[in-house]
Design a protein around this ligand. Structure first.
Ligand SMILES: [Zn+2]
Length: 81
């Protein structure tokens, strides 16, 4: 059965409160952030990399009206490329 919609358009996440479909905010609780530094010969430090471990809840909010969209978080994560 042919679809009237272009492929993929049905997968777009849209805020049900304000219709925003462009900006989203992910908020993670209880994040352990480990930062790696290299000390240079002059005693200064250069930041090399970070490792994050999220131990708490992860929430998703609309970037426009701050509506709680955590219900869509699983789908959101699957669509990050
Ligand atoms: Zn919104």
């Amino acid at each position: 059965m042919p679809s009237a919609r272009p492929p993929g358009i049905a997968n777009r996440l849209v805020c049900p409160a304000c219709g925003n479909d462009e900006t989203f905010i992910e908020l993670a609780h209880d994040v352990l952030l480990t930062s790696y530094y290299h000390q240079n010969s002059d005693g200064s430090f250069t930041h090399e990399s970070d490792a994050t471990q999220i131990n708490g809840e992860i929430l998703l909010f609309c970037g426009s009206c701050q509506e709680d969209l955590s219900h869509y978080h699983q789908r959101f994560r699957e669509m990050i490329f």
